[in-house]
Design a protein around this ligand. Sequence first.
Ligand SMILES: Cc1cc2nc3c(=O)[nH]c(=O)nc-3n(C[C@H](O)[C@H](O)[C@H](O)COP(=O)(O)OP(=O)(O)OC[C@H]3O[C@@H](n4cnc5c(N)ncnc54)[C@H](O)[C@@H]3O)c2cc1C
Ligand code: FES
Length: 245
Amino acid sequence: MKFQEDAKIVEKRIFNNYLYLSIETKNIANNALPGQFVNLRVNSGFDPFLRRPFSISDVEGDIIKLFVLIKGRGTNLLAEKREGDIVNIIGPLGNSFPIFEKESIFVAGGIGVAPFLFLARYVKSITLLFGIRDKSFLPDIKMFSDFKVILSSDDGSIGEKGTVLDLLVKEDFTRKVIYACGPNPLFRALNKIFLRCKNVEAYYSLENYMACGFGACKGCAIETINGNKLVCKDGPIFKWNEVLL
Ligand SMILES: Cc1cc2nc3c(=O)[nH]c(=O)nc-3n(C[C@H](O)[C@H](O)[C@H](O)COP(=O)(O)OP(=O)(O)OC[C@H]3O[C@@H](n4cnc5c(N)ncnc54)[C@H](O)[C@@H]3O)c2cc1C
Ligand code: FES
């Protein structure tokens, strides 16, 4: 079930290019599952017209947490909001990560790390492989202090020099469940590795452009081995070998 609410921002923090928001929204918080997202109106009017989708990064009581990379017009407007401001929000939307008893590896490309704090509440023995462009893209890493974090950066300015794929191939990943979130090139590169292995259990959380966020506009259709699917409604989580990237 999804809800549309005018919800209050109860906490806001900016760190580097990242915005951390805590939003009080009882119905969404109490019904959210890890991997789901909200579609948020960043302004009180209709400019910009389209809502912006963000993963539910964590839930505490009646509060959902969002973790946002400030990049374009919508996220810059959102970053101007103050504690006490009201935002119109629809959620929880989409499917959720499947949960297993096995050990987990989280593979995050940049802001793809956002859904993993919430997922971490449901799985055990987690290693987070976290790839960023350079150290200026490092979020507040203290938020991940409960699990093992291995960092990489493209330029080597922090963590290991290289990509998150270089980190993954050093892990015994075929014995674990892999949850990945990031841009499509990351998934395509992961597929190349997985196609060479047997028994890969991996799930991708896609970040396609969206409009309505709940299956009405058909604007987020993607090809899968089972025909066209909607990222907002059938996803955003898909099995690694289901989507045709
Ligand atoms: C399920 C999901 C979860 C996400 N979770 C997070 C998260 O937790 N944190 C986070 O920071 N980001 C997340 N994102 C990405 C986030 O939604 C975008 O970064 C955000 O919408 C950017 O808004 P902007 O206005 O600042 O950026 P801009 O790039 O200026 O604008 C984005 C807007 O422009 C439109 N647009 C731009 N280019 C195109 C194009 N080529 N085709 C179609 N439309 C286009 C889009 O519809 C979108 O509304 C998520 C995306 C999805 C789909
Ligand atoms: S965004 Fe409208 S159907 Fe998916």
